[in-house]
Write a protein that binds this ligand. Structure first.
Ligand code: 1GP
Length: 260
């Protein structure tokens, strides 16, 4: 079974997500790190993503060590019309070849560069760009190992058992006008974001909730969706085994929440 794909030509990406959220539908984003994916595996990943109705490709990484961003974007675009959303680890990871950009503010941390500094630098470029810009409160949650994002951002993650801190942080992000909140255990995390924390944050905010980091099975994906995630982001596990997309798509299709 596959999930219903996004009608990208009818709606903006964020509008489409709001509609899905209000209908209790879950969306799946596959994260592609342009520095890591072998071309043949990328081909298979795109093939399966189309077949299973994946909603977005997120493109980015904490540290992209080559100049593959544009060619990865073009390579995916040639093969499908799934929206390409930049998920930049820094302001070098920008390209007009994508459809949208998550304008991430690392609100769980206290590093001013990642709260506002990089944003000031990239704002003029973004203002002129055709990209749909989606402001997103990015929250790093302890996933049981030190992840690249933790090291690179020079911030402490929110402890996994401190749902109250996560709730207050997400609330502050929503009140500041950020359009979405992203709970991130970090790429390759040992433990995904705990479901009680997802539930608590979901209950406190009304904007779309993205959850990612350390999700390796359909069961984990379904649990995060049942807890209230609107968008699931999976990177490493699909990079290692693209066939997992089928399992993830099935898990999402069956974990639709009731209409509020
Ligand atoms: C990282 O949340 C994403 O930013 C995905 O993490 O690679 O562990 O799936 P994984």
């Amino acid at each position: 079974m596959c999930i219903e794909p996004l009608m990208r030509h009818n709606l903006g990406i964020f509008e489409g997500l709001l509609t899905a959220q209000s209908n209790g539908k879950k969306h799946l984003a596959i994260l592609i790190d342009p520095g890591k994916l072998a071309p043949r595996r990328l081909e298979r990943t795109v093939e399966l993503a189309v077949e299973c109705g994946v909603h977005y490709f997120f493109i980015g990484g904490s540290l992209v060590v080559n100049d593959m961003l544009d060619s990865v974007l073009s390579g995916i675009r040639e093969r499908c019309s799934i929206p390409l959303v930049l998920f930049p680890g820094n302001s070098f990871q920008l390209s007009y070849r994508a459809d949208a950009l998550l304008f991430l503010s690392l609100i769980s941390g206290r590093n001013p560069e990642l709260l506002i500094g990089q944003h000031v630098i990239s704002a003029p470029f973004l203002k002129m760009s055709p990209l749909e810009i989606i402001s997103t409160g990015y929250m790093l949650i302890d996933g049981g190992v030190q992840t690249a994002v933790q090291y690179m951002s020079n911030t402490y993650p929110i402890p996994a058992n401190k749902s109250d801190i996560a709730v207050c942080t997400a609330l502050a992000g929503e009140l500041l006008g950020l359009k979405m909140i992203y709970l991130e255990a970090g790429s390759g995390a040992k433990n995904p974001v705990p479901t009680p924390m997802i539930e608590a944050v979901r209950a406190a905010i009304s904007v779309p909730l993205l959850v990612g980091g350390g999700i390796r099975t359909g069961e984990q994906a379904a649990a995060a969706c049942r807890a209230g995630a609107d968008v699931l982001v999976v990177g490493n596990a699909v990079e290692e085994n693209p066939e997992l997309i089928r399992e993830l798509a099935d898990a999402l299709a069956f974990s639709r929440t009731a209409k509020p």
